[in-house]
Design a protein around this ligand. Structure first.
Ligand code: BDR
Ligand code: CA
Length: 303
C-alpha cells in the first residue's frame, strides 16, 4: 500500500488491517498530506495503533517529478497530518530502503500476487514502473484513489489532489499497461461519514476507534468549514474497500488520459467514453458504490 497519511489514509490502513481478505505486506510512503518524513512517521504510528508495528514502512518520494512539493495538505489533515492530535513519536523505524525499488522487488519476487493500492500522489509507482517496466505484467492489479471522471475536482476546479500533486507521475501510471482500477471523486463523493457515524464508531472504545475519532475531528471541521457539510467524503477507504470487496462497486473500462502542465487543467483526468480518440481502454473506472453496504462493512470491521 502506497500512502501519504493523512487522516483518511489512516482510516483506510486500519480498515485493511482489520479485513481478512487483505494482507498488507508493506506501507510505502510519499509526500502529499505532509512531507515524506511526516507521512513516514505517521505510517509507523498508525501501524502501531493497529497492533501491526511489524509491517515494514518504506520511505519514498519527497517531491513530484516535475516541480516542488507545495505542502498544502495541512489545511485538511492538520499540521501533523493526523488532525493535530500530536501523538507521541512512533517506536519503530522505517526500513533503510527506497519505496520504488522496494515495490519492484516485491512485485518481481511474487509474480501475479501483489496488488499495489495507491492512495497518495503516484510518484512512487511512476518511479517503480520506470525502473522496471516488467512490473506492469507481474503485478496482480493496481488500485488507486485519485482523479475525478466527469466530476468536479478538489485541489482545483478540474483536478483531484493526488493526481494534481504529481500529474506527470499520474500520466506515467495511467499509461503503464497494467490492470488499473481508479476510484476518483466521482465515486468517493458517494459515501459520507457523518459526525454521528464517527461517534458511533467511538462507542466501541478500543485504541483503534478512539484513534479514528480523535484524528477525525479536524477533518470533520475542515469539511464543515470548506464544503458546508456534516461529514467527510470517504476517499482512501473506498480504494481499500475495492480491494476488500469489489462487488461493492460498479465499474467500466475506458480510455483515460491525464492533463499535465496546463495552468488551469493540470491533473484533470479525462475519460473518452465514446472512444473519439480511438485508444484502447486503459482504466477500469469505478462509477458507483453501494454506500450503505460499504459504511456497514467499514463499521463492522473497525468496531
Ligand atoms: C485524496 O487527497 C488526500 O488529501 C487524501 O488523503 C486522499 O488520498 C483525496 O483527494
Ligand atoms: Ca491519501
Amino acid at each position: 500500500m502506497d500512502t501519504d497519511p493523512g487522516v483518511d489514509d489512516a482510516m483506510a490502513i486500519l480498515f485493511g488491517l482489520r479485513s481478512p481478505e487483505v494482507q498488507i505486506e508493506a506501507l510505502t510512503t510519499v509526500f502529499g498530506n505532509g512531507g515524506v518524513a511526516r507521512t513516514t512517521e505517521n505510517a509507523l504510528k498508525i501501524l502501531e495503533v493497529g497492533g501491526r508495528g511489524d509491517i515494514p514502512v518504506v520511505p519514498g518520494a519527497a517531491k513530484p517529478l516535475l516541480h516542488a512539493y507545495h505542502g498544502k495538505g495541512s489545511t485538511v489533515h492538520g499540521a501533523d497530518g493526523l488532525g493535530n492530535t500530536n501523538l507521541p513519536a512512533a517506536k519503530g523505524q522505517p526500513l533503510n530502503a527506497r519505496a520504488a525499488e522496494y515495490i519492484v522487488q516485491q512485485v518481481m519476487g511474487a509474480p501475479g500476487e501483489i496488488t499495489l493500492l495507491a492512495v497518495g500522489p503516484l510518484t512512487n509507482l511512476a518511479l517503480a514502473v520506470s525502473l522496471e517496466p516488467a512490473i506492469a505484467h507481474n503485478v496482480k492489479q493496481v488500485v488507486i484513489m485519485g482523479g475525478a471522471v466527469d466530476h468536479r475536482g478538489n485541489a482545483s476546479p478540474l483536478a483531484e489532489a493526488n493526481i494534481h500533486n504529481d500529474a506527470a507521475a499520474a500520466k506515467i501510471v495511467f499509461h503503464a499497461g497494467w490492470p488499473l482500477t481508479m476510484l476518483g471523486l466521482n465515486v468517493t463523493h458517494q459515501t459520507v461519514m457523518t459526525t454521528a457515524y464517527v461517534e458511533q464508531l467511538k462507542t466501541a472504545d478500543t485504541p483503534v476507534t478512539n484513534f479514528i475519532c480523535a484524528i477525525s475531528q479536524f477533518y470533520l471541521n475542515a469539511y464543515r468549514t470548506r464544503d458546508g457539510i456534516d461529514g467527510f467524503f470517504v476517499h482512501d477507504s473506498s480504494a481499500m474497500a475495492y480491494v476488500v470487496d469489489p462487488t461493492l462497486f460498479q465499474s467500466q473500462k475506458v480510455y483515460v488520459d491525464v492533463q499535465v502542465g496546463d495552468a488551469r487543467a493540470n491533473g484533470q483526468t479525462m475519460a473518452d467514453w465514446r472512444n473519439q480518440w480511438g485508444q484502447p481502454p486503459n482504466v477500469n473506472v469505478c462509477t458507483k458504490v453501494d454506500a450503505d453496504r460499504f459504511l456497514k462493512l467499514y463499521q463492522s470491521r473497525i468496531m
